[in-house]
Ligand binder design. Structure first.
Ligand code: FA5
Length: 356
């Protein structure tokens, strides 16, 4: 702060001196813009080391006759400074309170953006829809473990150790027990075995779930994907029942405009076996990168349950017949939503997932 001029040297009239003290104090008070600064100014202007206090101390050096008048003038100056100080304090208290109220204000008309809501992943939604379609066709829904033993994933499915067909599935083994005996299941087909072991025919069931393979990710493959297995075991089931079921499913899920076809194929656990394909929805059958320029996309495999599988679970292959299928749920999602590259499902970029 700028101290008030200390003119106890007799220069100027005594009136001039006190007037200068007061006007300098008014300037200092006006320059204080916060209550804290005002407290400091108060000490500087009225405290023990202030020019006013020094002028009071200097009264003793005056002639006795001059002292009362000089004292009265100084008291009058103090009173005026105190009055200005009180005014300034009220002013600053008012403006600080107004600033606080402004900062704390609530605007009831303010539009608050609705909170972002979570939603199920599109693959989960497809799984739910597929279950609904099959439940509508009279199937029950079953589940099985994702960690499997060699027996369920391969051997009971007519693939004894060293069977060349095991190479169709690039398997992720767990370090548990004997080497290469426990694995992450490569398909949902092991649950066929579990169902036949635990519940006798007739069986009409679908089994959705996660599968794992050492597949390199590309437009149609991801290492952790989903399948929905179907198993029917009853008397007198024929390939026509399988074809009819797949046809009904295709129309119910993809709509009447999508064509499907079954092509001869090979799986050790079905005989005969077929591949189930639909027209590529990305290029409408013209050929593109997603369908490797063929115009068709394979959704799964299927066939009539091989008698060797019935034997493995102790069912009489002369009495029982059945069919099985296994479709990729991620593939179905990809085709239904016309997504050129499946990797977006596990990149988990919410900007993409929000649109599907
Ligand atoms: C099987 O896994 C057989 N278990 C299917 C089966 C079941 C045949 C019952 C006969 C009877 P495949 O390996 O072809 O078959 O896989 C079936 C489907 O799973 C594929 O058509 C595809 O839609 C999906 N699929 C397979 N690997 C992947 C992957 N890496 N990423 C995404 N989907 C995949």
């Amino acid at each position: 702060m700028t101290p008030a001029p200390d003119r106890g040297d007799g220069s100027g009239t005594p009136d001039d001196d006190t007037e200068a003290l007061v006007s300098s104090a008014i300037e200092v008070l006006g320059a204080a813009t916060t209550l804290a600064a005002l407290d400091e100014a108060q000490t500087d202007l009225l405290g023990k080391r202030s020019p006013l206090a020094r002028a009071h101390q200097a009264l003793v050096s005056l002639e006795p006759g001059e002292r009362p008048e000089a004292g009265r003038r100084l008291n009058e100056a103090r009173r005026r400074i105190e009055s200005h100080l009180a005014d300034r304090r009220r002013e600053l208290q008012g403006s600080e309170r107004a600033a606080r109220l402004h900062a704390d204000r609530l605007d009831p008309t303010e539009v608050i953006a609705p909170p972002l809501r979570g939603r199920l992943h599109v693959v989960q939604r497809t799984r739910d829809e597929l279950e609904d379609v099959f439940v509508g066709m009279g199937f029950a829904v079953a589940e099985g473990p994702e960690v499997e033993t060699d027996w369920y994933n391969f051997e009971a499915l007519n693939m004894p150790p060293a069977h060349p067909a095991r190479g169709m599935w690039d398997t992720l083994y767990l370090e548990l027990g004997e080497p290469e005996t426990v694995m992450l299941r490569t398909h949902t087909s092991p649950v066929q075995i579990r169902l036949m072991e635990t519940q006798g025919p007739p069986i009409y069931a679908v089994i959705p779930g996660k599968c794992y393979r050492r597949d390199t990710p590309d437009a149609r493959h991801i290492p952790t994907f989903h399948q929905i297995e179907g198993l029917v075991v009853d008397h007198g089931i024929s390939f026509a029942d399988l074809a009819g079921t797949i046809e009904t499913f295709t129309t119910a899920y993809f709509g009447p405009d999508i064509h499907s076809r079954l092509r001869p194929s090979y799986f050790p656990f079905t005989e005969p076996s077929a591949e189930y394909e639909i027209t590529c929805t990305i290029c409408k059958g013209k050929g593109c990168r997603t369908c490797s320029q063929t115009g068709w996309v394979e959704l799964g495999g299927c066939g009539m349950v091989d008698p060797a599988v019935f034997e493995a679970v102790g069912l009489d292959a002369d009495e029982w017949t059945g069919f099985a299928f296994g479709f990729g749920i991620d593939r179905c999602t990809q085709m239904r939503h016309e997504i050129p590259d499946m990797r977006v499902f596990f990149d988990n970029d919410v900007r993409v997932l929000r649109q599907i």
